[in-house]
Design a protein around this ligand. Structure first.
Ligand code: NAD
Length: 304
């Protein structure tokens, strides 16, 4: 009996730092790891705004205090990212989860420069700054895992998500490139390719509502296509959105697998389109198939 539990106290905890933990996937992952029955993890759950910590605190109230700590960290503020390193008691992070992200939906002509810049500041430069901050320590120790909340929208274009997809495509390029060099340092990079997940992401994203008159800057054809897209999006979320718990298993796999993959797909639903995109280098086949899928409700052959 004692032997069974002895390893809980002898084994060094894996130190995990997660960004964007006030809601959704970040919050769920922080709770999952902090409540591990064998207490294998010490979780640093970071969030931009500490006034939003109550929900997370409520979820971890039964967890052992040694497994959990909340820290303030805004991924767009380099001082805040660097200050976080100083607060890590173990002075190391074994697993870095870059999860903070924001969405942006609507016709490209409607977005202001500031709004688009904010998407890149959080999704791309926030991820870069966070990795830059923790990478030297991992390289020095010749071990580490970097896990990214990416998206199906990081692999294939989605109508009216142009800027969001651009930011996630950039994250994909960043991580795929890094992964090649980081092999030398025994550091594994994993991208979690989420499809729609039932979080507050859709409520939190910057969007344009065709009914509120904000879209007067665009032509009527675009307005009508966008209205169709929003309807499609609603249906997709209703039909295939996954629960956070379901997709968290992929994060766990990326943390625990002896040789983690570069990409983990949380859903097979978009796979036919992803494969089509990757197999037809010219790209027109994907553009046509996606157009049909969104605007005529026609699925690809494999979908049917
Ligand atoms: P969410 O909106 O609940 O979570 C995003 C988190 O990022 C929030 O806690 C928010 O406060 C935080 N954040 C935003 N700006 C920040 C900043 N400057 N510094 C620190 N934190 C910041 O949505 P979610 O679904 O949990 O999203 C998590 C990740 O998953 C995102 O990167 C998102 O792009 C990705 N993703 C989500 C979906 C989905 O359908 N929910 C699909 C694909 C990918």
């Amino acid at each position: 009996m004692y032997l069974r539990y002895a390893h809980m106290f002898l084994m060094e905890k894996k130190v995990v730092l997660i960004t964007g933990c006030s809601s959704g996937i970040g919050l769920g992952l922080a709770v999952l790891l902090a409540s591990d029955t064998c207490q294998r993890f010490k979780v640093y759950a970071t969030m931009r705004d500490l006034s939003k910590k109550e929900r997370l605190l409520e979820c971890v109230r039964n967890c052992h205090v040694d497994t959990f700590e909340i820290l303030q960290m805004d991924v767009t503020d380099q001082h805040s990212v660097l200050a976080t390193i100083e607060k890590i008691k173990e002075q190391r992070v074994d697993v870095l989860v870059c999860n903070a992200g924001v969405g942006l939906m609507g016709p490209l002509e409607c977005h202001t420069y500031e709004t688009m810049k904010n998407i890149f500041d959080v999704n791309l430069f926030g991820t870069i700054s966070t990795i830059q901050a923790f990478l030297p320590g991992m390289k020095q120790r010749k071990t580490g895992r970097i896990i990214i909340s990416s998206s199906v929208g990081g692999l294939q274009g989605i109508p009216f998500n142009d800027v969001y997809c651009a930011s996630k495509f950039a994250v994909e390029g960043l991580c795929e490139s890094l992964a090649i060099v980081l092999q030398h340092f025994n550091i594994h990079v994993s991208l979690i390719e989420c499809g729609p997940v039932s979080t507050n992401f859709m409520n939190n994203l910057h969007t344009w509502d065709p009914s509120d008159g904000c879209l007067q800057c665009v032509d009527s054809d675009t307005r009508s296509l966008y209205a169709q897209y929003l309807q499609h999006c609603k249906t997709i979320f209703q039909d295939v959105a996954q629960d956070t718990d379901e997709i968290l298993q992929m994060y766990l796999e990326a943390i625990e697998a002896p040789l983690p993959s570069l990409r983990y797909f949380t859903t097979q639903f978009f796979m036919p389109l992803t494969k089509l995109k990757l197999s037809c280098a010219g790209g027109s086949e994907y553009v046509q198939a996606m157009h049909k899928f969104v605007f005529s409700g026609t699925k690809t052959e494999e979908h049917q």
